[in-house]
Design a protein around this ligand. Structure first.
Ligand SMILES: [Fe+2]
Ligand SMILES: [Fe+2]
Length: 289
Protein backbone atom coordinates (compact mmCIF):
# COMPACT_ATOMS: atom_id res chain seq x y z
CA UNK A 1 0.00 0.00 0.00
CA UNK A 2 1.75 3.20 -1.14
CA UNK A 3 -1.07 5.51 -0.01
CA UNK A 4 -2.76 5.27 3.35
CA UNK A 5 -5.88 7.33 4.04
CA UNK A 6 -6.71 7.93 7.67
CA UNK A 7 -9.70 9.86 9.00
CA UNK A 8 -9.37 11.25 12.51
CA UNK A 9 -12.50 11.94 14.50
CA UNK A 10 -12.38 12.99 18.12
CA UNK A 11 -14.39 13.93 21.17
CA UNK A 12 -17.58 12.29 20.02
CA UNK A 13 -18.81 12.18 23.67
CA UNK A 14 -21.53 9.69 22.79
CA UNK A 15 -24.36 8.66 25.11
CA UNK A 16 -27.81 7.24 24.42
CA UNK A 17 -29.57 10.34 25.79
CA UNK A 18 -27.62 12.93 23.82
CA UNK A 19 -29.43 13.07 20.46
CA UNK A 20 -27.59 16.11 19.07
CA UNK A 21 -24.25 14.38 19.51
CA UNK A 22 -25.61 11.17 18.01
CA UNK A 23 -26.89 13.14 15.00
CA UNK A 24 -23.49 14.73 14.42
CA UNK A 25 -21.90 11.29 14.64
CA UNK A 26 -24.38 9.95 12.11
CA UNK A 27 -23.41 12.72 9.68
CA UNK A 28 -19.77 11.72 10.12
CA UNK A 29 -20.61 8.05 9.63
CA UNK A 30 -22.39 8.91 6.36
CA UNK A 31 -19.36 10.91 5.21
CA UNK A 32 -17.08 8.00 6.04
CA UNK A 33 -19.36 5.64 4.14
CA UNK A 34 -18.88 7.84 1.08
CA UNK A 35 -15.14 8.52 1.45
CA UNK A 36 -14.11 5.02 2.68
CA UNK A 37 -10.71 5.78 4.24
CA UNK A 38 -8.40 2.88 5.08
CA UNK A 39 -8.82 3.56 8.79
CA UNK A 40 -10.87 5.71 11.15
CA UNK A 41 -9.22 6.82 14.39
CA UNK A 42 -11.26 8.19 17.28
CA UNK A 43 -8.70 10.05 19.40
CA UNK A 44 -10.62 10.01 22.65
CA UNK A 45 -13.57 11.22 24.69
CA UNK A 46 -15.38 8.58 22.70
CA UNK A 47 -18.15 8.24 25.26
CA UNK A 48 -19.74 11.02 27.26
CA UNK A 49 -18.93 9.83 30.77
CA UNK A 50 -17.22 6.44 30.68
CA UNK A 51 -15.97 6.37 34.28
CA UNK A 52 -19.50 6.83 35.70
CA UNK A 53 -21.63 5.46 32.86
CA UNK A 54 -19.93 2.39 31.35
CA UNK A 55 -22.86 2.07 28.96
CA UNK A 56 -21.66 5.25 27.21
CA UNK A 57 -18.54 3.35 26.09
CA UNK A 58 -20.50 0.32 24.89
CA UNK A 59 -23.03 2.49 23.08
CA UNK A 60 -20.22 4.46 21.40
CA UNK A 61 -18.51 1.24 20.34
CA UNK A 62 -21.73 -0.03 18.77
CA UNK A 63 -22.03 3.12 16.63
CA UNK A 64 -18.43 2.76 15.44
CA UNK A 65 -18.96 -0.94 14.68
CA UNK A 66 -21.83 0.00 12.37
CA UNK A 67 -19.44 1.94 10.11
CA UNK A 68 -18.07 0.11 7.06
CA UNK A 69 -14.42 0.97 7.85
CA UNK A 70 -11.92 -0.41 10.36
CA UNK A 71 -11.57 1.76 13.49
CA UNK A 72 -8.86 2.33 16.07
CA UNK A 73 -9.34 4.14 19.32
CA UNK A 74 -7.45 6.08 21.98
CA UNK A 75 -8.77 6.93 25.43
CA UNK A 76 -9.80 10.42 26.52
CA UNK A 77 -10.29 11.84 30.00
CA UNK A 78 -14.04 11.34 29.68
CA UNK A 79 -13.40 7.64 28.94
CA UNK A 80 -10.95 6.67 31.70
CA UNK A 81 -10.48 9.75 33.93
CA UNK A 82 -8.01 12.63 33.85
CA UNK A 83 -4.33 13.15 34.68
CA UNK A 84 -3.16 14.68 37.93
CA UNK A 85 -0.98 17.74 37.24
CA UNK A 86 1.78 19.36 39.25
CA UNK A 87 0.06 22.70 39.40
CA UNK A 88 -3.71 22.34 38.97
CA UNK A 89 -6.40 20.96 41.29
CA UNK A 90 -6.90 17.20 41.47
CA UNK A 91 -9.32 16.29 38.68
CA UNK A 92 -12.85 15.46 39.78
CA UNK A 93 -12.50 12.17 37.89
CA UNK A 94 -8.94 10.99 38.34
CA UNK A 95 -7.58 8.39 35.91
CA UNK A 96 -7.52 4.88 37.41
CA UNK A 97 -6.46 1.39 36.46
CA UNK A 98 -10.08 0.30 36.86
CA UNK A 99 -11.19 2.90 34.32
CA UNK A 100 -8.37 1.94 31.98
CA UNK A 101 -9.34 -1.72 32.13
CA UNK A 102 -13.00 -0.89 31.51
CA UNK A 103 -11.94 1.04 28.42
CA UNK A 104 -9.71 -1.81 27.20
CA UNK A 105 -12.56 -4.30 27.59
CA UNK A 106 -14.64 -2.24 25.15
CA UNK A 107 -12.12 -0.69 22.75
CA UNK A 108 -8.98 -2.84 22.98
CA UNK A 109 -5.43 -1.69 23.70
CA UNK A 110 -4.97 1.87 24.91
CA UNK A 111 -1.66 2.12 23.01
CA UNK A 112 -0.68 0.71 19.62
CA UNK A 113 1.73 0.87 16.74
CA UNK A 114 1.38 -0.15 13.12
CA UNK A 115 3.02 0.64 9.81
CA UNK A 116 1.49 1.73 6.51
CA UNK A 117 2.68 3.52 3.34
CA UNK A 118 6.25 3.66 4.66
CA UNK A 119 5.15 5.35 7.91
CA UNK A 120 5.21 4.25 11.54
CA UNK A 121 1.98 5.12 13.39
CA UNK A 122 1.96 5.21 17.18
CA UNK A 123 -1.02 5.79 19.46
CA UNK A 124 -0.53 6.63 23.14
CA UNK A 125 -2.68 6.80 26.24
CA UNK A 126 -2.05 10.42 27.30
CA UNK A 127 -4.16 10.20 30.48
CA UNK A 128 -1.86 7.85 32.40
CA UNK A 129 1.02 10.30 31.97
CA UNK A 130 2.06 11.81 35.31
CA UNK A 131 -0.41 9.44 37.04
CA UNK A 132 2.12 7.18 38.76
CA UNK A 133 0.05 4.17 37.68
CA UNK A 134 2.04 1.08 36.75
CA UNK A 135 0.73 1.42 33.20
CA UNK A 136 2.44 4.82 32.85
CA UNK A 137 5.88 3.28 33.31
CA UNK A 138 4.91 0.29 31.18
CA UNK A 139 3.81 2.57 28.37
CA UNK A 140 7.06 4.57 28.42
CA UNK A 141 9.05 1.30 28.33
CA UNK A 142 6.92 0.05 25.46
CA UNK A 143 7.30 3.37 23.62
CA UNK A 144 11.09 3.26 23.94
CA UNK A 145 11.09 -0.13 22.21
CA UNK A 146 8.74 1.01 19.45
CA UNK A 147 10.76 4.15 18.74
CA UNK A 148 13.98 2.14 18.67
CA UNK A 149 12.51 -0.09 15.97
CA UNK A 150 11.10 2.73 13.80
CA UNK A 151 14.05 2.13 11.48
CA UNK A 152 14.24 5.70 10.17
CA UNK A 153 10.62 5.70 8.97
CA UNK A 154 8.66 8.94 9.42
CA UNK A 155 6.56 8.74 12.57
CA UNK A 156 2.97 9.95 13.08
CA UNK A 157 1.95 10.10 16.73
CA UNK A 158 -1.64 10.30 17.95
CA UNK A 159 -2.87 10.95 21.48
CA UNK A 160 -5.89 12.58 23.12
CA UNK A 161 -4.23 15.62 24.68
CA UNK A 162 -1.97 17.95 22.72
CA UNK A 163 1.60 17.68 23.99
CA UNK A 164 1.86 21.45 24.43
CA UNK A 165 0.32 24.79 23.41
CA UNK A 166 3.08 26.29 21.25
CA UNK A 167 6.41 24.78 22.33
CA UNK A 168 7.67 21.86 24.46
CA UNK A 169 8.91 24.09 27.25
CA UNK A 170 5.78 26.25 27.55
CA UNK A 171 5.34 26.94 31.26
CA UNK A 172 2.63 24.83 32.86
CA UNK A 173 0.02 27.15 34.35
CA UNK A 174 -2.91 26.23 36.55
CA UNK A 175 -5.61 27.61 34.26
CA UNK A 176 -4.64 25.28 31.40
CA UNK A 177 -2.61 22.45 32.94
CA UNK A 178 -5.45 20.00 32.25
CA UNK A 179 -5.31 20.80 28.54
CA UNK A 180 -1.87 19.41 27.63
CA UNK A 181 0.33 16.43 28.50
CA UNK A 182 1.37 17.35 32.04
CA UNK A 183 4.87 17.89 33.32
CA UNK A 184 7.17 16.15 34.01
CA UNK A 185 5.84 13.37 31.74
CA UNK A 186 5.70 15.87 28.85
CA UNK A 187 9.43 16.55 29.11
CA UNK A 188 10.18 12.82 29.09
CA UNK A 189 7.91 12.21 26.10
CA UNK A 190 9.41 15.08 24.09
CA UNK A 191 12.93 13.86 24.88
CA UNK A 192 12.11 10.32 23.72
CA UNK A 193 10.54 11.55 20.49
CA UNK A 194 13.75 13.37 19.55
CA UNK A 195 15.23 9.99 18.58
CA UNK A 196 12.89 9.56 15.60
CA UNK A 197 11.74 11.46 12.51
CA UNK A 198 8.52 12.78 14.07
CA UNK A 199 6.49 14.48 11.32
CA UNK A 200 3.01 14.61 12.80
CA UNK A 201 1.30 14.79 16.19
CA UNK A 202 -2.48 14.46 15.96
CA UNK A 203 -4.59 15.16 19.04
CA UNK A 204 -8.09 16.07 20.19
CA UNK A 205 -9.41 17.13 23.62
CA UNK A 206 -9.55 20.92 23.18
CA UNK A 207 -12.65 20.91 20.93
CA UNK A 208 -10.92 23.43 18.68
CA UNK A 209 -9.39 22.94 15.25
CA UNK A 210 -5.73 23.94 14.94
CA UNK A 211 -2.80 23.18 12.65
CA UNK A 212 0.71 24.49 13.26
CA UNK A 213 4.30 23.39 12.81
CA UNK A 214 7.00 23.37 15.47
CA UNK A 215 10.45 22.43 14.17
CA UNK A 216 9.67 19.92 11.44
CA UNK A 217 6.69 18.41 13.23
CA UNK A 218 3.15 19.37 12.26
CA UNK A 219 0.67 19.47 15.14
CA UNK A 220 -2.95 18.93 14.17
CA UNK A 221 -5.74 19.41 16.69
CA UNK A 222 -8.90 17.67 15.57
CA UNK A 223 -12.07 19.48 16.51
CA UNK A 224 -14.79 17.62 18.34
CA UNK A 225 -17.12 15.63 16.14
CA UNK A 226 -19.95 16.61 18.46
CA UNK A 227 -19.83 20.04 20.11
CA UNK A 228 -17.88 23.22 20.81
CA UNK A 229 -17.44 25.21 24.01
CA UNK A 230 -18.40 28.88 24.23
CA UNK A 231 -15.82 31.64 24.72
CA UNK A 232 -17.39 32.31 28.11
CA UNK A 233 -16.23 28.87 29.26
CA UNK A 234 -13.07 28.32 27.24
CA UNK A 235 -10.46 30.60 25.70
CA UNK A 236 -10.26 30.67 21.93
CA UNK A 237 -6.99 29.21 20.59
CA UNK A 238 -7.88 27.80 17.19
CA UNK A 239 -11.17 27.48 15.29
CA UNK A 240 -14.31 26.60 17.21
CA UNK A 241 -16.38 24.31 15.01
CA UNK A 242 -17.30 20.65 14.76
CA UNK A 243 -15.68 18.50 12.09
CA UNK A 244 -12.99 15.94 11.37
CA UNK A 245 -9.54 15.63 9.80
CA UNK A 246 -8.56 13.58 6.76
CA UNK A 247 -4.94 12.52 6.18
CA UNK A 248 -3.30 10.97 3.13
CA UNK A 249 0.10 9.41 3.81
CA UNK A 250 2.61 8.42 1.18
CA UNK A 251 6.24 7.33 1.67
CA UNK A 252 7.53 10.80 0.75
CA UNK A 253 5.04 12.94 2.66
CA UNK A 254 1.49 13.52 3.81
CA UNK A 255 -1.48 15.81 3.25
CA UNK A 256 -4.00 17.13 5.76
CA UNK A 257 -7.56 18.16 4.93
CA UNK A 258 -9.72 19.97 7.48
CA UNK A 259 -13.30 19.09 6.68
CA UNK A 260 -16.82 18.98 8.03
CA UNK A 261 -19.21 16.19 7.21
CA UNK A 262 -22.25 17.42 5.25
CA UNK A 263 -25.02 18.18 7.70
CA UNK A 264 -22.84 18.45 10.81
CA UNK A 265 -24.15 21.21 13.08
CA UNK A 266 -22.10 23.46 15.36
CA UNK A 267 -23.67 22.45 18.65
CA UNK A 268 -22.64 24.35 21.78
CA UNK A 269 -22.01 22.40 24.99
CA UNK A 270 -24.95 24.16 26.63
CA UNK A 271 -27.34 22.87 23.94
CA UNK A 272 -26.70 19.15 24.31
CA UNK A 273 -28.72 18.42 27.41
CA UNK A 274 -32.13 16.79 27.33
CA UNK A 275 -34.67 16.43 30.15
CA UNK A 276 -33.34 12.95 30.89
CA UNK A 277 -29.75 14.16 30.81
CA UNK A 278 -29.67 17.42 32.72
CA UNK A 279 -26.64 19.70 32.75
CA UNK A 280 -24.53 19.29 35.88
CA UNK A 281 -24.30 22.17 38.35
CA UNK A 282 -21.51 24.58 37.41
CA UNK A 283 -18.22 23.16 38.63
CA UNK A 284 -15.92 25.11 40.90
CA UNK A 285 -12.90 23.68 39.12
CA UNK A 286 -12.24 24.81 35.54
CA UNK A 287 -13.85 22.77 32.77
CA UNK A 288 -11.54 19.86 31.95
CA UNK A 289 -11.91 20.13 28.23
FE1 LIG B 1 -13.70 16.19 24.78
FE1 LIG C 1 -10.78 15.39 26.61
Amino acid sequence: MTTFRLTQISDTHLGRKLPKLIQNFERIAEHIDVTRPDLVLNSGDIGFDGPNQPDDLEFARSLHDAMPVACRYLPGNHDIGDNPTQIGPVPAQLVSEKGRQAYISVFGDDRWRFEAAGWCFIGLNSLVMNSGLVSEAEQFDWLAGELASAGGKPVALFLHKPIFLNAPDDPEIEASSFRYVPMPARRRLVEMLRSVDLRLVGSGHVHQRRDFTFGHTRHVWSPSAGFMISDAKQERIGIKEVGLVEYRFQPDGFEVRHVRAPGQIDVDLDEIWTKEHKAPAPAKAPATI
